[in-house]
Design a protein around this ligand. Structure first.
Ligand code: PMP
Length: 360
């Protein structure tokens, strides 16, 4: 049976990347060692991390005045590192678009001398849309934090706001490399790797140079400036995750880069959204103009039918379709490596289920 993995993360990786990793597992490039066994100070690993950075720069068109960091601690550690490094003694503005942005807000509030303010929220309608933002914000604020794609609620920004000299800081965990956002629209971007980049354990941070050197940080590992000075090697970086990320970036380049993958992502998402629109049973809880391309929640309207559908899906080899435990229903995560055939197969199953269980 073909398995289609709809997981929101850790998520499906390109088959070709896994095959390359397998073929190189025991003996990397004739070294007689696995990448897992290489010193992070070795020339072989140096080539891997440099190549990963240059491929990422190329794919995302990252200008030279932005630094790229390969860190650990997940996107969740960035919830604390961002305010710690950028906002002490200042106002930090947040847009509240769901579970992950709420966690970012909670973490920022815990940093001393940071004055957190929420400038917009979609909580009133269960985070089912991206809220309208104010025209202007306090120009003395350290940054405006947004979550470009809300993994659990299935919403995404189509345009990135501009607040003059106040930089936009983005949690891009679930749509980095899946969308054609311009790096220059942001002061800082961060993303946990385990969706579109590679395995868990790696966090990518892209930071504009002028945002460095702001605060004396009490913990070296939490200091962007120190991490930049040490090229992400202040301590041992997550070497194997960086290696897989490099293979994923190579694969993405072979696919034609972001423009081409975005086209494919739009096509995949359209197949599912069209099916939901036509269905008399399934519906999307998300407002049309705010719908994510990478995480698509859908519901039947009753918990029993949701459960029955999830059971039917598992029986057919559709893994991890169950919605996040906080919202229920179903959620299809269609990251870059997820195949179009998998979406078509899901739609076929939805049709069959609907004809057996009737419309609303
Ligand atoms: N932000 C977003 C948008 C996410 O989807 C996730 C993980 N699902 C996180 C943050 C947390 O990431 P991590 O587990 O890497 O800390």
């Amino acid at each position: 049976m073909t398995i289609y993995n709809f997981s929101a993360g850790p998520a499906v990786l390109p088959q070709k990347v896994l095959e390359t990793a397998q073929s190189e597992l025991l003996n990397y490039r004739g070294s007689g060692m696995s990448v897992m066994e290489l010193s992070h100070r070795s020339s072989l690993f140096d080539e891997i991390i440099c190549s990963a950075e240059s491929l990422l720069r190329d794919l995302m068109k990252i200008p030279n005045n932005y630094k790229v960091l390969f860190l650990q601690g997940g996107a969740s550690l960035q919830f604390s590192m961002v305010p710690l490094n950028l906002a002490q003694g200042k106002k930090a503005l947040y847009v509240d678009t769901g579970s992950w942005s709420k966690k970012a807000i909670t973490a920022a509030k815990a940093i001393p001398k940071v004055n957190v303010e929420i400038i917009a929220s979609s909580q009133d309608k269960n985070y089912s849309y991206i809220p309208e933002l104010p025209q202007t914000v306090d120009q003395e604020a350290a940054y405006v934090h947004i979550t470009t794609n809300n993994t659990i609620e299935g919403t995404a920004y189509t345009t990135i706001p501009n607040f003059g000299k106040v930089p936009i800081v983005a949690d891009m965990s679930s749509n980095i490399l899946a969308n054609d956002y311009q790096v220059t629209d942001f002061g800082l971007i961060y993303a946990g790797a385990q969706k579109n980049i590679g395995p868990a354990g790696l966090t990518v941070v892209i930071i504009r140079e002028d945002l460095l050197n702001q605060e004396a940080i009490f913990a070296p590992m939490l200091d962007y400036t120190l991490q930049v000075k040490n090229n992400s090697m202040y301590n041992t970086p997550p070497t194997y995750s960086i290696y897989i990320a490099q293979l994923v970036f190579e694969w993405l380049k072979e696919q034609g880069g972001i423009d081409s993958i975005l086209k494919q992502n739009k096509e995949k998402a359209a197949v599912l959204y069209d099916a939901i629109e036509k269905s008399a049973l399934f519906e999307s809880p998300v407002r049309q103009d705010s719908r994510s391309l990478t995480n698509i929640p859908f519901i039947t309207g009753t918990a029993e039918l949701d459960k029955a559908f999830n059971q039917a899906a598992v029986a057919e080899g559709f893994q991890n379709l169950k919605g996040h435990r906080s919202v229920g229903g179903m959620r299809a995560s269609l990251y870059n490596a997820f195949p179009l055939e998998g979406v078509k197969a899901l739609v076929t199953l939805m049709d069959k289920f609907e004809s057996e269980h009737g419309g609303k």
